[in-house]
Design a binder for this molecule. Structure first.
Ligand SMILES: C[S@@+](CC[C@H](N)C(=O)[O-])C[C@H]1O[C@@H](n2cnc3c(N)ncnc32)[C@H](O)[C@@H]1O
Length: 401
């Protein structure tokens, strides 16, 4: 391919990429690389396409190669940093994104990504300045205001968080998902009514960006013990871990819950909203099938199919459990068991907490369970994990249909 042809192919590839034809774009970027090995633009754009296709390993490889081919290019550093952040390598992401803003201090996206990577790494206070720089550079981007709102909330500035969330809402325009998320954050700050559940796109986005760090974070820093506690509650209720049951792991995430449920299962399936969490669950090799779906939509698909339906640290993303418990009951065979954890407290009947999850009143949930035809076998108070060093109080429920 001649130089001029390679340029034309690159332009055509970028045009297809922008139009959403990822396969067509990737094929042409690769052709450019055959003609011009090490072409930094083609490498960078292949990295972007790989990230869009969910192939983080390839995204990192291409993005790093683009940076090596042209060090000091802000856009390439930005894409490399964004890929590192998505892959959970937060300190390296922050370093790449700092280099990006040094290379081009007028790149609002690089400032935003830097702030978001710092916040994801637990430095919400440190994220405030880069996020403010992102907004000062381009004030019209609602995502930047929303990111600042989250960082301010996490840094303990609810009034500032409210102002930023209101700015995000005002700029959201036709972006209904972003508006929903801004309203959800405002509700968690006590401004406006709480919806009856967390928006599905918020939950999916939250766990997609968390997936790479989830296991290490939950089992390390956050002292997450819910799956083990739930399995203990099942055994204490006489549910034998005898490998005999059809088990459904609702909101299976990366499969930490599945590991503890497996001894009860002849066959286990999982369902979750987040494709990245599901990819990690698949890698464990313990699920016979995994489904990307909302649990509310999935449950009615197979009435009476399950012996055990479990949800560890999942139903706290739902506020109103009145529609959920009958769906779980109908998915179980008669005599089947439901087991789930909830964050609980003195609320009536549920409330959206500042951690952006719902807390429920245990007595209310027990009433809903009985109304759905369950016998309550256990309703045990438990510490589910820690949040900012504070134990999260919850209740483990075991029910029999
Ligand atoms: C905190 S994680 C817990 C994962 C796993 N159960 C465990 O114990 O490690 C919560 C998971 O529930 C999923 N989730 C939340 N709401 C959901 C819904 N309505 N439908 C399906 N999955 C949901 C999230 O995507 C996330 O993976």
């Amino acid at each position: 391919m001649a130089q001029a042809d390679a340029e034309a192919t690159l332009r055509e590839a970028a045009r297809r990429h922008a139009a959403g034809d990822l396969a067509g774009a990737v094929q042409r970027y690769k052709a450019v690389l055959v003609a011009r090995p090490g072409d930094a633009n083609a490498l960078n754009l292949l990295g972007v396409a790989a990230r869009q296709q969910g192939d983080l390993a390839a995204a990192l490889r291409y993005a790093e190669a683009a940076v090596r081919a042209r060090p000091g290019n802000a856009v390439f550093l930005l894409n490399f940093g964004a890929s590192l952040a998505e892959a959970g390598h937060l300190p390296r992401a922050v370093a790449a994104l700092r280099a990006a803003v040094r290379a081009d201090p007028a790149n609002a996206m690089a400032w935003r990504n830097l702030g978001q990577a710092m916040a994801a790494g637990g430095d919400a206070a440190g994220a405030l300045e880069p996020l403010a720089r992102a907004i000062a550079t381009d004030p019209r981007v609602p995502e930047a205001h929303l990111a600042l709102a989250h960082a301010r909330r996490e840094a303990g500035d609810p009034l500032g968080a409210q102002a930023a969330a209101e700015a995000a809402l005002a700029l959201a325009g036709a972006d209904a998902a972003l508006a929903r998320q801004a309203r959800f954050l405002l509700a968690a700050l006590g401004q406006g009514p709480a919806p009856d559940r967390a928006p599905a796109d918020y939950v999916r986005g939250l766990f997609d960006q968390y997936a790479a760090r989830f296991d290490a974070d939950l089992q390390g820093r956050l002292g997450y013990g819910t799956p083990l506690l739930l399995a203990g509650a099942l055994r204490a209720c006489g549910v034998a871990a005898d490998g005999s049951r059809q088990v459904l792991d609702l909101g299976c995430g990366t499969g930490l819950s599945g590991v503890e449920l497996q001894p009860f299962a002849a066959r286990m399936e999982g369902v979750d909203l987040s494709p990245r969490m599901l990819a990690a669950a698949a890698a464990r090799g313990i699920y016979a099938a995994l489904h990307e779906a909302d649990l509310m939509a999935f449950l009615p698909a197979r009435p009476g199919a399950w012996d055990l339906v479990a949800a560890a640290d999942v139903l706290n993303y739902l506020g109103d459990l009145a529609p959920v418990l009958p769906l779980i009951a109908a998915a179980l065979r008669p005599g089947g068991i439901a087991a789930f954890s909830l964050e609980t407290g003195d609320v009536a009947p549920y409330a959206l907490g500042p951690g952006m999850r719902y807390r429920h009143a245990p007595a209310h949930v027990a009433g809903l369970a009985e109304a759905a035809g369950f016998a309550v076998l256990a309703q045990d108070a438990a510490v589910l994990r820690e949040e900012q060093g504070v134990p999260v109080a919850g209740t483990l429920f075991v029910l029999r249909r």
